[in-house]
Design a protein around this ligand. Structure first.
Ligand SMILES: [Zn+2]
Ligand SMILES: [Zn+2]
Length: 274
């Protein structure tokens, strides 16, 4: 009985060895992170080294594939012949958040050179995006985009993201400051993680005086208490409803717009491309 199980173990071990030689050129790792409700935003750094057995065989890292799930985002990555570095991020959330990043690294002997990826074009902030928390779009054939947003006025990086599979970045965290100048840039890569030159664009955030969207510039809105009629009905002494003047609008049927204090104009942040 003992001998049988020993033989089984030896056979299993040989099968395992066989597989590990067969698949030796791929290293796969999953990074899972979690924030509980209202926990502060956090970033984590990870490094995957080329395994010794691969390095001894003359292999080097060549390509990587990134798959994201949940709310996890990538801030930075670097692929060299001997290691892969990744910095991942979870934003603060009222309900908490979690997510995974799956990294697959391909190692090769005498890997062919990677094709260069052209610089992205048409860097655009869509006009319907929220000016203090905008969207950013661009065009280019790369499968991975590295976006960075820099506050020129305060000399600080606002955020950096690696975005797999789409040409859109939506700011989820923080707000941009009024009267600040910003630069943003995009570079792209394919599976080789070799990035194109960075395309750049600039903008500033200004307060503009615009027509109040609540009252459409009128300075007043219809009284919701009396639906604009100026009077309401109350039960009278003998149960019969009697008509009385609306106390909210004093019989006018409309009230001053509280969003613009009756001026019909409001200040709103606007993105001005520079
Ligand atoms: Zn009223
Ligand atoms: Zn108004």
């Amino acid at each position: 009985m003992k001998r049988v199980s020993l033989i089984a173990m030896v056979v299993l071990f040989q099968v395992f060895l066989g597989f590990s030689c067969l698949w030796a050129d791929t290293v796969s790792q999953t990074f899972s992170h979690k924030l509980s409700g209202n926990e502060a935003s956090q970033s984590w750094e990870h490094k995957i080294d080329l395994p010794d057995n691969l390095s001894q065989q003359g292999f080097s890292f060549w390509k990587r594939t990134l798959t994201l799930s949940g709310k996890l985002e990538i801030e930075h990555e670097e692929l060299t012949a001997t290691y892969y570095y990744i910095k991942v991020h979870l934003a603060k959330s009222f309900w908490g958040s979690k997510g995974d990043a799956v990294v697959q690294l391909e190692a090769q002997k005498d890997a062919p050179p990677c094709n260069p990826i052209p610089t992205p074009t048409e860097l655009t902030i869509p006009s319907n995006s929220e000016p203090t928390c905008p969207d950013f779009t661009w065009k280019g054939p790369g499968k991975y985009s590295a976006v960075s947003l820099y506050d020129v006025t305060s000399n600080q990086t606002v955020c950096e993201r690696i975005i797999p599979g789409k040409n859109l970045f939506s700011m989820k965290e923080g707000r941009l400051s009024i009267d600040h100048h910003y630069k943003w840039g995009v570079k792209q890569s394919d599976e080789c993680a070799r990035y194109s030159p960075e395309a750049q664009a600039g903008f500033r955030l200004e307060l503009h005086i615009v027509t109040c969207p609540t009252c459409h510039g009128m300075g007043w809105v219809t009284c919701t208490h009396c639906n604009g009629t100026g009077h309401i009905f109350q039960p009278g002494p003998n149960g019969q409803p009697i008509q009385v003047i609306c106390g909210w609008c004093h019989g006018m049927g409309h009230v001053t717009c509280t969003d613009c204090n009756g001026t019909g104009r409001v200040k709103r942040p606007v993105i001005v491309v520079e």
